[in-house]
Design a binder for this molecule. Structure first.
Ligand code: PLP
Length: 452
């Protein structure tokens, strides 16, 4: 207890946390996580928690992987740092670029490395504009994104994202980024069927391209399913219609796979899962399973040719682009995913099991919908199932449920009243059973709370 109090006091005094209401935190006290193994976390008081979020959707291979520690340590001894600027390179980054090219869709054979998902989306913004400059179409600058998208926290990342709470802080978005409707049928579909709504929201892209003029649009950016927005999986009609529109107009397609990449959907990339042909894929998180920070952009041959052949110097990069230690961690992480056949295991085993177990929660009086893909899922908490009617925001039902999960030893995230699950890809059937049992207890507690 003494240790926790000491840490909480120092935290309160010195630590400004990302995405945190510091005043609220000061009342509750920080939850201090000290160690982890497999799918479990332990806080400083020794409480064990099942991590239903894989950290922040990133610890794909689970915690405590000694072979990643060894790979990192060996690389640190050999070459702890060198840059990839000015014609320099080093073996881990070269091998990683080659490896990722072998896993990515066939038409994508190059990687630009960064330190995070946000930096990767900044890179995308500059790369697509540079591409069109070099193609002799400098007016093609605007990027179309979607409301309630999450593409990171840098100025470009937060601008590309469609979170109003983020735009309000810092005068965003920057010029040249516009947002269209999201395919969130459960919240916004009203009387339309999911299929009708999917088609309608996809057609907003065509309307926006026509409104802006094709000659002014550089790219469309989207997550295959929105993660931070609430695990929003587009209706089945959405992606085919987007594909039709993208094929009709000459604009680039950026697929943000920071969450979905590296096995989350039961494919290496969700591009394959949803049958999409992006020009650029944003990656981070599962690339190293979060053991060391790293991100990147997988670049299609069409774009890479222009950037590599015609550009002269592409005046963009980060000190840590292709960091050798991060690259070593990524290579070992990918080796584990391959060796343990985690992608296949998600597709054929753990995804069907998790999704069918979670569907049983749809019977709960508080649950309006359970949806998911691969090893990611959302549970919508509602006041009235048949009307898809939510609780008033001030009831804070999602936050209450999240805290109840913690009480029962489970980490779930709440996005408003949507509960989110995204466990490590290594999760076993027994651990899935435990997750569902704990979630059920938390739902029961929450139901008692809102009834009273
Ligand atoms: N894009 C998506 C889809 C994300 O979910 C995230 C982070 O959650 C990012 C980009 C930003 O990545 P980072 O936090 O590594 O900058």
């Amino acid at each position: 207890q003494h240790k926790l109090e000491r840490l909480q006091a120092a935290d309160k005094q010195h630590f400004i946390h990302p995405f945190t209401d510091s005043k609220g935190l000061a009342v509750k006290g920080t939850r201090v996580i000290e160690r982890a193994e497999g799918v479990y976390l332990w806080d400083v008081m020794g409480h064990k928690l099942l991590d239903g979020m894989a950290g922040l959707w990133c610890v794909n291979v689970g915690y405590g992987r000694q072979s990643i520690v060894d790979a990192v340590s060996k690389q640190m001894q050999k070459l702890p740092f060198y840059n990839s600027f000015f014609q320099c390179s080093h073996p881990p980054a070269i091998e990683l670029a080659q490896k990722i090219a072998s896993l990515a869709p066939a038409h994508m054979n190059n990687v630009f490395f960064t330190g995070s998902g946000s930096e990767s989306n900044d890179t995308n913004l500059r790369m697509v504009r540079r591409y069109w400059d070099l193609k002799g179409k400098p007016s093609k600058k605007t990027i179309i994104s979607r409301v309630n998208a999450y593409h990171g926290s840098t100025v470009a990342g937060a601008s590309l994202g469609g979170m109003s709470g983020m735009h309000e802080q810092g005068d965003l978005p920057i010029p040249g980024v516009v947002h269209i409707a999201q395919p969130y049928w459960y919240a916004e579909g009203k009387d339309l069927s999911p299929e009708e709504f999917g088609l309608k929201t996809a057609q907003a892209l065509e309307a926006k391209i026509i409104e802006l003029g094709e000659d002014n649009v550089a790219a469309f950016i989207a997550e295959p399913f929105q993660g931070a927005g609430g695990v929003i999986i587009p209706p089945s009609t959405y992606w085919p219609e987007i594909k039709r529109i993208l094929a009709k107009y000459d604009i680039l397609f950026i697929l943000d796979e920071v969450i979905s990449g590296f096995g989350r959907t039961g494919k290496w990339f969700a591009a394959e899962y949803f049958d999409l042909q992006p020009d650029l894929i944003t990656i981070a998180k599962g690339m190293t399973s979060g053991y060391v920070p790293m991100g990147g952009v997988i670049v299609s041959d069409k774009v890479a040719e222009v950037i590599k052949q015609d550009c002269g110097e592409f005046t963009h990069g980060f000190t840590y682009s292709g960091h050798p230690v991060a690259a070593a961690a990524a290579l070992e992480n990918i080796r584990i995913i391959e060796q343990e056949k985690l992608v296949e295991r998600v597709a054929n085993d753990t995804s069907p099991y998790l999704q069918s177990r979670l569907q049983q929660l749809a019977e709960h009086p508080l649950v309006g919908e359970v949806r998911g893909v691969g090893l990611v899922a959302a549970i919508e908490l509602v006041k009235d199932k048949s009307l898809r009617q939510r609780f008033d925001a001030n009831v804070g039902v999602g936050t209450y449920c999240r805290d109840a999960c913690i009480t029962h030893g489970l980490v779930m995230r709440s996005v408003g009243d949507t509960m989110i699950i995204s466990p490590p890809l290594t999760i076993s059937h027994a651990e899935i059973d435990e997750l569902v049992a704990k979630a059920t207890q938390a739902l029961n507690d929450t139901y008692q709370h809102v009834k009273n």
